[in-house]
Design a protein around this ligand. Structure first.
Ligand code: KIV
Ligand code: ZN
Length: 386
């Protein structure tokens, strides 16, 4: 039977940490409502102690959404947990996301501490957050570079302390997919109480592997994926929601599904990009401007014969209005004829050859030939008639 993967969206927390992407409380509430309509299971609404604005945003989002769990981030500190609990008090279902570093590099150079001390602090934080009456998720920061036996010990201890979800972040985007998957598998094999918690994957994209690592972690048994819209986030970003969701949808053999209404993906991608003033790169999978654009002659011909020759996703499935055929000097006769027909011009055989020669001269001068350009071409070529 297909297993449900929980989608934990951190666009409003890890995504919003990007310089220049800061949002007002109103804007965050608008995005949170769209995330709810999209069908995400958990919204990480902010880091309440970080600023009064974030505190108010977590309150506003807790009031505004009904279905998703609302989550607030904390460090493993009493004041952070107190403020998060206060901000989440209106949430129908609230979650405190607390944690501490787990790699030796973080323990030594960030916390200037020892393995034993951070483990103790993590356990204390989980117990304290639990005492506030919320669901508790524990993050073992930099788990991607942590010593595995120590990580397993830490995870076992925080589950014993009451953690409902354990997050195994590849904070620095360092891991290779098969090794990140092995880390998750190791925890399933070596943490005796692992089935008492949901294992979550949270991957960064420093080496362009965030999505691959997330999928690898899910294959190894994780059941929650932490993602952002358009993959925005610290440095090179986080795993992108649209990629994970569509991979699980397309690869039915993985036997996993999400509750995401995929036809809403493109709309929320545009909204987040606009509100965060963060353009989406044109070749971004699923939501980039070129994700459903066909420009070379061979591809255009194949696509026009049967869309599935070159498209594994129907654009309507993710809310993209339609595929596009871009006319350039690399386009062939099939695409030119198709576009001319859409504009009402009929042209075949030798006459198409004449039009095509003229088209190529124009296309060599311009990067892209638009419908307007084709009208100009038609006005100058007597064989082109409507
Ligand atoms: O990347 C990371 O480790 C994080 C944690 C705070 C969950 O964002
Ligand atoms: Zn992160």
């Amino acid at each position: 039977m297909s297993e449900k993967i929980q989608i934990f969206d951190t666009t409003l927390r890890d995504g919003e940490q990007v310089p220049g992407c800061q949002l007002s409380t109103e804007e965050k509430i608008t995005i949170a409502r769209e995330l709810e309509a999209l069908g995400v299971d958990i919204i990480e609404a902010g880091f309440p102690i970080s600023s009064p604005g974030d505190f108010l945003s977590v309150i506003g989002i807790s009031r505004a959404v009904k279905e998703p769990v609302v989550c607030g981030l904390t460090r493993a500190r009493q004041e952070d947990i107190d403020v998060a609990a206060e901000a989440l008090r209106y949430a129908k279902r609230g979650r405190i996301h607390t944690g501490i570093g787990s790699s030796d590099i973080h323990i030594k150079h960030k916390f200037r501490s020892t393995r034993e001390q951070v483990l103790e602090q993590g356990v204390w934080a989980v117990k304290y957050a639990k005492s506030k009456g919320f669901e508790v998720e524990f993050y073992a920061e930099d788990a991607g570079r942590a010593d595995l036996p120590f990580l397993a010990r830490m995870i076992e201890a925080v589950i014993d302390a009451g953690a409902d979800v354990v997050n195994i972040p590849d904070t620095t985007g360092y891991c290779l997919p098969h090794l990140y998957g092995k880390r998750i598998a190791y925890l399933f094999e070596n943490v005796s109480n692992i089935h008492q918690a949901v294992v979550s994957v949270h991957c960064h994209n420093d080496l362009g592997l965030a999505t691959a690592n997330t999928i690898s972690g899910l294959i190894s048994g994780a059941r929650q994926a932490e993602v952002t819209i358009n993959g925005i986030g610290e440095r090179a970003g986080n795993t992108s929601l649209e990629e994970v969701v569509m991979i699980l949808k397309k690869h039915k053999d993985l036997n996993m599904h999400t509750g995401i209404k995929t036809e809403r993906i493109y709309g929320i991608s545009k909204l987040v990009s606009k509100m965060m003033r963060m353009p989406v790169q044109p070749n971004k999978a699923i939501v980039g401007a070129n994700a459903f654009a066909h420009s070379s002659g061979i591809h255009q011909d194949g696509f026009l014969k049967h869309a599935e020759n070159y498209e594994i996703i129907n654009p309507a499935e993710v809310g993209v209005p339609c595929s596009s055929i871009v006319l350039t000097a690399r386009s062939g006769r099939a695409a030119l004829k198709h576009r001319l027909e859409q504009l009402g011009f009929k042209v075949e055989g030798a006459e198409l050859d004449i039009v095509y020669e003229n088209f190529l001269i124009m296309a060599d001068e311009k990067k892209e030939v638009t419908d307007k350009d084709l009208e100009v071409l038609a006005a100058n070529i007597p064989v082109l008639t409507r």
